[in-house]
Design a protein around this ligand. Sequence first.
Ligand SMILES: NC(=O)c1ccc[n+]([C@@H]2O[C@H](COP(=O)([O-])OP(=O)(O)OC[C@H]3O[C@@H](n4cnc5c(N)ncnc54)[C@H](OP(=O)(O)O)[C@@H]3O)[C@@H](O)[C@H]2O)c1
Length: 248
Amino acid sequence: MATIALVSGGGGSLGREVAKRLSDSGCQIVLAGRNEQKLSEVALEKAFKIVADLAQPDEVQKLFDSIMSHFGQPPTLLAHCAGTVMIRPLHRTTPEQYRACLGSNLDSAFFALQGFVKGLIETHASGRAVLVSSIAARVGISNHAAVAAAKAGVEGLIRSAAATYAGQGLRINGVAPGMMRTAATEGFFGSSKAEEQIAAQYPLGRFGRVDDAAALICWLLSEEADWVTGQIIAVDGGFSSTRPLVKR
Ligand SMILES: NC(=O)c1ccc[n+]([C@@H]2O[C@H](COP(=O)([O-])OP(=O)(O)OC[C@H]3O[C@@H](n4cnc5c(N)ncnc54)[C@H](OP(=O)(O)O)[C@@H]3O)[C@@H](O)[C@H]2O)c1
């Protein structure tokens, strides 16, 4: 039986790329997301697709139950790509927007990782998980209050869970991307001026692509990263770690 890899947010831009790469490496893919239409558009022939809102614990439970009844075993790889991008000043963020942002980014990570770990414990298997944070969790970027708070929570979750389950051979890591051009951010790339302005924020001189984060996620899920756990690695063109000389 092939390794079962659960890719959440599997109908989204990053999720699709990760699923394709894991499928190419021989994994049996399970895609989970809220939007049936988006999942149905993913052209992976043998992927098992499940509609679920991962911010809801009962839907997460049903998701893992479906995987168990379909395959007879739980997934041993988790790429948690579900999440949102919300750029909005604190004083203009409504309670509904805040809760939706926390739900999609933090609650979904908590419940998906919880379901994943439970399945491994029950079957005495080991596994690897990667969750997606954001550079907004580590550098103060204006107008990112809700998503920064949510992703900072994701980073705490990763480190604590990595410590809890290291003894059982489970590796849990994260990636923290800068701005990638995806379905979630397409609206910010409305003109060539906007593209240039976004690219100029990054020391390496360009904005991110899904390949940048997908390659790192797949490496962290691979055996090559066998001695890496509890890490959140930035994939951000140097944004969070360097300060190039400003020339005038
Ligand atoms: N793009 C960026 O610049 C950027 C930067 C830093 C971090 N990130 C993170 O990268 C990840 C991938 O984002 P992306 O840019 O690829 O965006 P995307 O194309 O919109 O994909 C995100 C997917 O997450 C799914 N999702 C959201 N909330 C969910 C929930 N409660 N339950 C199940 N699925 C849910 C969405 O599914 P539905 O459509 O079905 O709702 C969507 O398909 C996210 O965690 C995002 O926060 C992105």
